[in-house]
Design a protein. Structure first.
Length: 525
């Protein structure tokens, strides 16, 4: 999460920061600072380690530091160490483990099993994730320790099945393996305990800290159980924030937001939404959102960003937006009807679009929301599309190369009939995909527009042209026919010890966060 603040007393702020850093150095830390010499030995001596690769100048690293410290203290008693490595001093070590941006968090189970941590950078989320990693995919639970197990996380999923029910055991374990990063799983063969907890055998009880405290499932142990877990683990009316946003986006059902500026208002609106959420449970998620902290996000839902409270629904699968009329008062009756109409398909999605260009100027085709279907999806050509933002530095650096690339095709009648190189301002036009960073480049092959191919290579003309050749239906080899002398590589994948343009672990080394710089008064989701 990135945070921007206007601080008029800059001198005082800098002085306070320097003093805080001095005081921080005096405080004993539960985070282990490692160097190249001892890093691998430390990893081998511990079953599970979370490592932060950082740079001292990195703003995101500074924001993470206090959260990381709290998590380290919480996890210390569970013998799960947190470590950090300064990549400006240990560049070779950071390069060895593929660090491309700051901070990068990686989970180590020895040196041969390393995976990234991409969850929220909050102490609670970090601690919860690492506790799950420290346990088997499915822990044993008994009548004696069930109450303790229930308190290990906000959501605990317990399977109840007979000892000879191998099919249920294997299916439950498989589901637990696939969801272990998000939920804590346990199981028991105790029939009396199952009965006491209101479950059949086989059956599942999902225990949670909110709403009705538990939900019972007696269906099949297949994708229906997975859907049940995701639905039941979501509060009837939750709160959208950095820790919950990605979960809502991946839930596979629409999300209804209600923006309000004060905790009291959000509590009031949560009560208003609760019966509506109960009625449509499993079909739509509902959540309040802090309009003071995240008001800029209202613009992403085609709402005005200075008029709150406000309500909108987002189809998280197709990225369609349904803003509720902001001139109307928000009442339970009107919102209930609006939600029902959206779910019934009676409300037309709001589409934000720039005007369709009267004439395409230059070799790069300009796409807007209103011609996206025609020029990208319905076209029988291979379409390379750059999703960009006007404020994005990487996009500006790519622009001249992208123009040259487009000219390879536009200047040839044969190639132009088979390939389009295009761009769309994703901040001014609604596009089907949720774009996470800029620039994002995708190839939509002719005949397979529902399966676009993401481009993650170097941003040279040759590599981009070869990507079109290798992944497009028409196999056009424009670069071979017209090689271009390039003035420099636009890979924008800087060395980890030098770049200040790429800080977050969730961003690749060559993209910028999809949240705009305009959010000087707001936090990012």
């Amino acid at each position: 999460m990135r945070q921007f603040w206007h601080i008029p007393l800059a001198g005082l702020s800098l002085a306070a920061s320097a003093y805080a850093e001095e005081k921080e150095a005096e405080v004993e830390s539960d985070v282990h600072t490692l160097k190249t010499d001892g890093f691998k030995d430390f990893i081998n001596q511990n079953d599970l380690v979370l490592a932060e690769f950082y740079a001292p100048w990195c703003g995101h690293c500074k924001a993470l530091a206090p959260e990381y410290e709290v998590a380290a203290t919480e996890l210390k008693e569970k013998n799960i160490p947190l470590v950090k490595v300064d990549c400006t001093e240990e560049a070779d070590l950071c390069q060895e483990f593929g660090v491309q941006g700051y901070p990068t968090l990686k989970v180590f189970r020895g040196l041969d099993s390393v995976k990234p941590y991409t969850g929220p950078r909050k102490s609670g989320a970090i601690s919860s994730f690492m506790v799950k990693q420290s346990l088997p995919a499915v822990s044993d639970v008994t009548a004696d320790n069930l109450e303790e197990v229930k308190t290990l996380d906000k959501v605990v999923v317990v399977g109840y099945f007979a000892s000879d029910d191998k099919e249920s055991s294997e299916s439950f374990t498989s589901i637990a393996e696939s969801l272990r990063d998000d939920y804590l799983f346990a199981a028991t063969n105790d029939a009396e305990l199952a009965k006491a907890e209101g479950s059949k055998q086989p059956g599942v009880v999902l225990y949670k800290e909110f709403d009705d405290k538990k939900d019972v499932y007696d269906g099949k142990f297949d994708e229906e159980l997975t859907a049940f877990i995701k639905s039941a683990s979501t509060p009837l009316v939750g709160e959208v924030g950095p820790e919950t946003y990605s979960g809502y986006m991946s839930a596979g059902i629409p999300l209804a937001y209600i923006f309000a500026e004060t905790p009291e208002e959000r509590e009031e609106f949560a009560a208003l939404l609760k019966p509506i959420a109960q009625k449509h449970k499993g079909s739509i998620n509902m959540a309040t959102i802090d309009a003071k902290a995240f008001g800029a996000h209202a613009g992403n839902l085609n709402l005005e960003t200075d008029k709150f409270p406000a309500f909108a629904i987002q189809d998280t699968v197709k990225n369609k937006k349904y803003p509720f009329d902001q001139t109307k008062k928000i009442t339970e009756k009107d919102i209930s009807q609006f939600v029902q109409d959206v779910l019934d398909g009676k409300v037309e999605a709001s589409i934000k679009s720039e005007p369709i260009p009267e004439k395409q100027e230059g070799p790069v085709t300009v796409i807007v929301a209103h011609n996206y279907q025609e020029l990208v999806i319905d076209s029988d050509k291979d379409v390379l599309l750059e999703f960009y933002a006007p404020w994005c530095g990487h996009c500006k650096a790519l622009a001249p190369k992208y123009e040259q690339l487009a000219a390879l095709y536009a200047d040839s009648e044969d190639f132009a009939s088979k390939v389009i190189v295009a761009k769309v301002d994703a901040t001014a036009n609604d596009v089907p995909d949720e774009i996470q960073g800029f620039p994002t480049i995708k190839l939509f092959p002719a005949g397979a527009k529902d399966s676009p191919v993401d481009y993650n290579g170097s941003r040279t003309i040759e590599d981009l042209a070869n990507f079109i050749r290798d992944n497009g239906k028409h196999g056009v080899d424009a670069y071979k026919e017209n090689p271009v002398e390039e003035g420099g590589d636009v890979t924008e994948k800087p060395t980890v010890a030098e770049s200040s343009s790429t800080e977050t672990a969730s961003e690749s080394a060559s993209t910028e966060s999809a949240e705009p710089e305009e959010a000087t008064r707001h936090e990012e989701l």
